[in-house]
Structure formats: structure tokens, C-alpha cells
Design a protein around this ligand. Structure first.
Ligand SMILES: C[S@@+](CC[C@H](N)C(=O)[O-])C[C@H]1O[C@@H](n2cnc3c(N)ncnc32)[C@H](O)[C@@H]1O
Length: 311
């Protein structure tokens, strides 16, 4: 494992040390392959889904190179290894502690027998001298970049022609609770450490019964699987960039990448929200405009999970 810490700028160092303290995340996934291993971890399945619309995706690669950009503690890397047997995977993260957990996770997983997996502590936007990748996964990373456009340019330059990027970014509109709570924590000057974490949780738990913030917190976040590092990631992160669809598409359009679609396409189907003439009217619009209407009407949309193609 190489160490590129000296190359990190101040913001990257800040994010890296946050994840050294709260690696995302420590938990094991037990029977994770049957429970949460979705089709989109498999490049072959992604090709199947989109090849009717983009015929160039019918062409198969002889060998597959995958990049897990911001692999955290290797949960996503493990999914990728299981779902793309025979491929070569480079998994990178700026946090040394996360990489150590990821290495450990893979060493005790069948994933290591299925693929050649290599970990490196490096900023994915600084990767150089690598053969291009056929599939790049970046899950929950772009919202922690100082300049997300730089991240999209990196995808563009690291992808093979015909390669696909799978990106997950939290969406601003469904995160109003988190944003409001974060603003309060910042006003109260809570630090990104265990004490800050304790005080933040206490604040939410001690709000009066019936308070909407408290109710939402209890409903969504007070489960046993919602670990300390998940709480910290959500409420105390030192660098969080908000995204809405307009901003997302504005960034993507500055690259040559083609937007293939969302992994959860049903959510982005306007017929679940509009009827009759209004539905017909919306159907005449561009997809992007329709999606923006959906985003405005459904205030619970909490993330964008989508694919980009380098044609
Ligand atoms: C929320 S965690 C997600 C981890 C993993 N992808 C998952 O879904 O389980 C975000 C991760 O991105 C990493 N990260 C942030 N910026 C990065 C960058 N420029 N290059 C590589 N990793 C980065 C962080 O260190 C952290 O481990």
C-alpha cells in the first residue's frame, strides 16, 4: 500500500482525518450478498439494463478493470468483487484507517478469491499512469469533495471508452432534517469528535416529545444499525456539499459523459405523481425537466444513484 498523504491539500487532509476517526463504516454485513447486493454492482447487469437504449453497451470487454473511488471500509469493494468475478479492482480512499479496515474485510472474504483486489491510500482525482477503467464506482464521495466538478472530470479521464461510472450522491431536498440539525450543531460549535457526537445525539433525543425533528430522528436514525460513524458522517461532517438535480446536471454537462439513468428508475417516473392532462403535459417535456418536477413534488428524495457513460 502506498501512502500519498504528503500530496493531500488542507481540505483533503481534513476529510481524511475525519474518516480516520469515523471510518465509514466498521460494521460487517453478515449475509450482505443476499440482502443488499444490488444489480448495479455488476457491470454485466448494468450493460443488460442499458444496452437496449445504448447499443454500444452490447459490446463486451475482454477483461474488466474496476475502480472503487472512495472505497471507505471496503463494503462496496466487496460487493464489486462478488459481482464481477475475474476482474481487477483498484480500491482507493484518502483515509488510511478506512483502507486498513477494507484490506482486513477483503482478506476474510471470498471476494479476494474471485478478483484481484488492490487497495491504495490516494485521492482518486490524483490517480495517474493507470490503464483506463471499465467500471468506476463512487458511492457517497462526491458530496465530500471541495470541487465536485473536478471529480466528474476525473471520472471522464479515468474511464475507458464505453466504460461506465456508477455514482451515489445524497440529495439536498430529502435531507432537510439533517441540514437543519447540522446548522444548529455548527451554531453550537460542536466538534467532529466523540464529545461532539455525544452532544449532538443528546440534543436530538432531548427535544420535546412531538417535536418534528425529534420524531424524524427517532423514526429514521435511532435504530441499532445506525452506528456512531453513520451519525457522524451525516451530522458532523466537516465538508458537505449540497446537491440538487439542477446543480448535478449542470456539472455533468460540463463533461463529455452521457447520463444513462437512475438505478431506482421507478422513483423518477412522473406517472406516480401526476395524472390526466398534467401527466400528458409533463410527458412532452425533456426528461431532465420532468425529473426536476418530481424532485419538487417529492420532498423525501434523499439521494441520486445514477450511471454515466463515456461514449
Ligand atoms: C461516506 S464514505 C463512503 C465509503 C464507501 N464508498 C461506502 O459507500 O461504504 C466516503 C469515503 O470517501 C472517501 N473520500 C473522500 N474524498 C475522497 C477522494 N478525493 N479520494 C478518495 N477517497 C475519498 C472518504 O475517506 C470516505 O471513506
Amino acid at each position: 500500500m502506498s501512502n500519498y498523504l504528503d500530496d493531500f491539500d488542507d481540505v483533503t487532509k481534513l476529510v481524511s482525518s475525519f474518516y480516520d476517526q469515523f471510518p465509514y463504516y466498521r460494521g460487517g454485513y453478515g449475509d450482505f450478498l443476499s440482502d443488499s447486493c444490488q444489480w448495479y454492482w455488476s457491470l454485466e447487469k448494468v450493460h443488460e439494463v442499458y444496452s437496449s437504449v445504448f447499443p454500444s453497451l452490447k459490446r463486451k470487454f475482454e477483461s474488466i478493470r474496476i475502480l472503487d473511488a472512495g472505497c471507505g471500509t471496503g463494503i462496496t469493494t466487496n460487493y464489486l468483487a462478488h459481482q464481477n468475478p475475474g476482474s481487477e479492482i483498484l480500491a482507493v480512499d484518502i483515509s488510511g484507517e478506512s483502507i486498513a479496515i477494507a484490506t482486513n474485510r477483503l482478506s476474510s472474504s471470498r471476494g479476494k478469491e474471485l478478483c484481484r483486489v488492490r487497495f491504495e491510500q490516494i485521492d482518486f482525482m490524483k490517480i495517474k499512469n493507470q490503464e483506463p477503467f471499465n467500471y468506476i464506482n463512487s458511492y457517497g464521495v462526491f458530496n465530500h469533495l471541495k470541487d465536485p466538478l473536478e471529480g466528474f472530470f476525473a471520472l471522464e479521464s479515468l474511464l475507458h471508452k464505453g466504460g461506465i461510472a456508477h455514482v451515489f450522491i445524497p440529495a439536498d431536498s430529502g435531507r432537510w432534517l439533517i441540514r437543519r440539525a447540522k446548522e444548529v450543531f455548527a451554531m453550537l460549535e460542536l466538534d467532529c469528535n466523540n464529545n461532539g457526537l455525544y452532544l449532538a445525539k443528546q440534543l436530538l433525543e432531548d427535544l420535546p416529545k412531538g417535536n418534528k425533528l425529534r420524531a424524524k430522528f427517532e423514526e429514521n436514525f435511532n435504530h441499532s444499525f445506525f452506528s456512531e460513524e453513520m451519525f457522524a458522517d451525516m451530522f458532523l461532517h466537516p465538508l458537505e456539499t449540497d446537491f440538487n438535480l439542477e446543480r448535478l446536471f449542470c456539472l455533468i454537462k460540463q463533461t463529455s459523459l452521457t447520463f444513462l439513468g437512475f438505478s431506482n428508475s421507478g422513483l423518477w417516473d412522473i406517472s406516480r405523481l401526476l395524472k390526466g392532462d398534467l401527466l400528458e403535459r409533463a410527458k412532452q417535456m425533456s426528461k431532465e425537466k420532468r425529473w426536476r418536477i418530481i424532485e419538487k413534488l417529492d420532498s423525501e428524495i434523499g439521494f441520486y444513484d445514477f450511471f454515466l457513460l463515456k461514449e
